[in-house]
Design a protein around this ligand. Sequence first.
Ligand SMILES: [Fe+2]
Ligand SMILES: [Fe+2]
Length: 136
Amino acid sequence: MPLIEWCDQYSVGLEIFDSEHKKLVAIINELHDSFERGVDRSVAEHALDELVEYTVTHFGHEEQYFEEWGYPDKAAHVISHQQLRGQVLEYRASVLAKGGIEMALELIVFLRFWLLGHIMSEDKKFCQFLRDKGLR
Ligand SMILES: [Fe+2]
Ligand SMILES: [Fe+2]
């Protein structure tokens, strides 16, 4: 059973960002599965790299829309992204340094909490702004 089951209440109402959020959820589920199976170090490293890379890509994409559409609350939203980027990188470094499965599980629990919370509040608010501008 996946750690996070996608449901409609997570939808921000824009296909483009829903599909990116679903991809993030899929990566977190994959990470969770692989740690539960007890993967070797190189698999864990690869999964963490994929997570970092896709997180950076996704945040960059949202931030590009802030600029293009003149989103008024962009400053606070960018700070949230920066904080998460920093925390994910820190976790990644400690998982790799200590090779700790507990640390990896802590990261996964943290990500689930953070990502769903962020989607439900800041991303929904931002996407509502885009929808009000006519974006579908
Ligand atoms: Fe997002
Ligand atoms: Fe966001």
